[in-house]
Write a protein that binds this ligand. Structure first.
Ligand SMILES: Nc1ncnc2c1ncn2[C@@H]1O[C@H](COP(=O)(O)OP(=O)(O)OP(=O)(O)O)[C@@H](O)[C@H]1O
Ligand SMILES: [Mg+2]
Length: 266
């Protein structure tokens, strides 16, 4: 079914590419419309990437040995470009202390991370979300005044922590951190937010397909993410910690291939 949908998208997508090419040719010299066309082209590539993911999920996904760090950075960069649309001030940090390759399917792995980051955004206080979170019993961590100037999102390196807002504010900085470490034979990725947290009663529900507390949520993100991590990557995903009003950490664990040990001749 998923494969079929992906396939069905193929024809209109190539046709869209064709139209975009024609538009590009006819708009030379006009900076503004060229910019719009460029954006449209980006979005068409994006749809293509999504179709490709559906294509993958329908089959047994091929895993390749690769470094996870560039994949994580790519997802973060994509989210950064997207989040200013939400018009909020969110600090997105990465702290990636990883060097070893892991057996991954890049497209599916990106999808899983994207779902977790989107959920983290949705969990941030008032209006930060892409869909609006109506979590019952979720305590908001200090709402920011409506109409606050959008500063967008800043990605800080492992060592620096920059505030995005120039305004003096007593509300906590909305923050999402992605930490990655290697522990023995496992790659550990934590997606940490300081959002609403998950009420105790909901902790056992969130991975179930169809469970959503959002106005326009499908409740599919986490069940898909679990499938990607556990079925396709032989890993584990869990809620590592959560506290209502303080935030949530989702933890991904992926097995790492054994390191080659070079024996010194005696
Ligand atoms: N980081 C988080 N903080 C607080 N609650 C969360 C977080 N991540 C998930 N949840 C809760 O788990 C529910 C299920 O998440 P899931 O991603 O499966 O569905 P959704 O985000 O509601 O919809 P979609 O299918 O569009 O992803 C959410 O509706 C929310 O209540
Ligand atoms: Mg979701």
């Amino acid at each position: 079914m998923a494969k079929e949908a992906a396939h069905q998208l193929g024809t209109p997508l190539s046709s869209l590419y064709g139209w975009i090419q024609l538009l590009k040719d006819s708009s030379r010299g006009d900076d503004v419309s060229y910019q719009y066309i460029y954006e449209a082209e980006n979005d068409v590539s994006r749809i293509e990437a999504v179709a490709e993911r559906f294509n993958k999920i329908g089959s047994s996904a091929e895993l390749k040995l690769m470094r996870p760090e560039p994949i994580i950075r790519r997802v973060v960069e994509y989210m950064e470009r997207r989040i200013p649309q939400f018009g909020q001030e969110i600090l997105l940090e990465t702290d990636l202390k990883i060097t070893r390759p892991a057996a991954l399917n890049a497209q599916l792995f990106e999808w899983a991370l994207e779902n977790l980051i989107k959920n983290a955004i949705d969990a941030l206080p008032a209006g930060a979300g892409s869909k609006g979170d109506t979590s019952e019993g979720a305590t908001s961590v200090g709402a920011t005044s409506a109409g606050a100037t959008s500063v967008g999102i800043t990605s800080a390196g492992a060592t620096s922590t920059r505030a995005t807002s120039a305004r003096a504010t007593d509300t906590p900085q909305k923050r999402i951190t992605i930490e990655a470490t290697e522990q023995n034979d496992r790659l550990i990725i934590d997606i940490i937010d300081n959002g609403s947290g998950i009420p105790k009663s909901a902790v056992s529900q969130v991975f179930k397909p169809g469970y959503s507390t959002k106005k326009r949520g499908w409740g599919l993100g986490l069940s898909l993410t679990r499938r990607i991590i556990e079925t396709y990557h032989n890993g584990k995903i869990s809620i590592y910690k959560t506290a209502p009003g303080q935030g949530t950490t989702f933890r991904i664990q992926i097995p790492l291939p054994a390191q080659k040990v070079s024996h010194q001749p005696e």
